[in-house]
Design a binder for this molecule. Structure first.
Ligand SMILES: Nc1ncnc2c1ncn2[C@@H]1O[C@H](COP(=O)(O)OP(=O)(O)OP(=O)(O)O)[C@@H](O)[C@H]1O
Ligand SMILES: [Mg+2]
Length: 387
């Protein structure tokens, strides 16, 4: 389980240390930084998949995503007597992401490249990456350590071994290794991060593939866009928890049931609703109904990930469905650590009543996101590896 998420200089997250529990609810007013927390987690996941530089480029590049405020606020700026202005920086600007968990911690530090004539002269440069054991990075706890192009890892006897081939400035050290003997912890951390699963807004418009029959194969993990919904529901029915599936449908739509029909290898979702003479097909279901079915398939996955992240799952659901959704999310949190970003008061209230839930309320002060009501002392200890 992740115990701490740490982000520095990413959008409004100038320096945010977030304590995490088993079921986390991230809330806060518009512009407080909720989506930024979600996106920062996605960037961390991209690191282990080799896509962090491309993801940053899609967001407008490092210069646009870096914290746009000053390195420090003077006393006058904090009191409002002085305008907020930049002062000479004492440290290079860098985007830093990291986490600590039960076993390992990981941090990555991305900086601006030195000016060059390369056509890729705007690509961020990975300056430092570390994996350590325990909650805090300390020299004695370091297990794998990348500085620029060089990587060293501790061997079985605890001695540092430098890995012969240099790593490119745009590659994470985690995408470089396939030999588990050279750095087993790196493989462990990478596989853990690669199992993280993210669900953002599902498309349910009339053209959406979710509404059409699709070729069905065993689908223990619903895809990002939910196009394989019918196969995912059928997989839950056959090798997952069919009773929980039926209960989740009945909880939201009393008397209704869902069936997956196989039309020559193409699977289609159908729903029997109370009062109708025939079942409705995917194309005929309302947006909210279809979204709820997508969330059922995502949350009752027969292959639960280490971390499941949901961004605003309440979108287009009627508030009356939110308690049922909260029960589904709580069910998922028995098998996965869960983080939900939400605006919906009713969903938040229902989740907060669940055992092990942990609310993270964000607010913004002088353009920077902070956790509302958190005393510095309540926050988990965190240290960034130096450069
Ligand atoms: N480079 C940057 N530096 C500082 N602040 C930034 C930067 N880029 C974006 N912001 C600001 O960060 C804030 C947080 O944005 P974010 O999208 O995370 O908010 P949110 O909590 O998801 O809001 P909403 O509820 O409206 O979706 C916004 O006010 C945005 O304008
Ligand atoms: Mg948002």
């Amino acid at each position: 389980m992740l115990t701490t998420l740490a982000i520095a200089n990413y959008r409004s997250l100038r320096e945010l240390i977030v304590p995490l529990g088993q079921l986390n609810i991230v809330t806060g007013p518009n512009g407080s930084g909720k989506s930024s927390v979600y996106r920062a987690l996605r960037l961390l996941a991209e690191t282990a998949r080799g896509g962090v530089i491309a993801s940053l480029a899609r967001e407008g590049g490092l210069p646009s995503t870096l914290w746009a405020g000053p390195e420090r606020f003077s006393r006058g700026m904090l009191a409002g007597d002085q305008p907020v202005q930049g002062v000479r920086r004492s440290e290079p600007v860098n985007l830093r992401l990291g986490f600590a968990g039960d076993e390992f911690g990981y941090a990555i530090d991305l900086g601006l490249p030195t000016p060059s004539s390369s056509a890729f002269s705007l690509d961020p440069v990975i300056k430092r990456e570390c994996i350590w054991s325990g909650p805090l990075v300390r020299p004695s706890a370091l297990l794998v350590d990348r500085q620029g192009a060089s990587i060293r890892a501790r061997d079985d006897s605890g001695e540092w071994q430098t890995i012969p081939q240099p790593v490119a400035s745009f590659d994470s050290m985690m995408t470089e290794f396939s030999d588990p003997r050279s750095a087993p912890e790196m493989i462990a951390v990478r596989e853990q991060i690669r199992s993280w699963r993210f669900y953002d807004h599902f498309r349910t418009d009339s053209e959406s593939p979710v509404r059409l029959p699709q070729i069905g194969t065993h689908t223990p993990v619903l895809s990002d866009d939910g196009a394989d919904l019918a196969a995912a529901l059928q997989t839950i029915r056959e090798i997952g928890n069919p009773a929980a599936l039926d209960a989740a449908i009945d909880d939201a739509f009393p008397g209704a049931s869902v069936d997956v029909v196989n039309l020559d290898g193409r699977f289609e979702v159908t729903m029997h609703q109370h009062g109708l003479l025939r079942p409705l097909k995917g194309a005929e279901l309302s947006d909210g109904t279809l979204r709820y079915l997508l969330l059922v398939a995502a949350l009752l996955t027969p292959r639960p990930p280490a971390l499941l992240v949901l961004n605003e799952p309440e979108t287009s659901l009627h508030p009356d469905l939110l308690p049922a959704l909260a029960r589904l999310i709580a069910h998922a949190s028995r098998h996965s650590q869960v983080l939900v970003v939400s605006h919906a008061a009713r969903l938040i209230a229902a989740l907060e009543r669940e055992d092990g839930s942990h609310s993270i309320v964000l607010e913004k002060e002088l353009g920077a996101t902070r956790i509302a009501g958190a005393d510095q002392l309540d926050l988990p200890p965190w240290k960034w590896p130096g450069r």
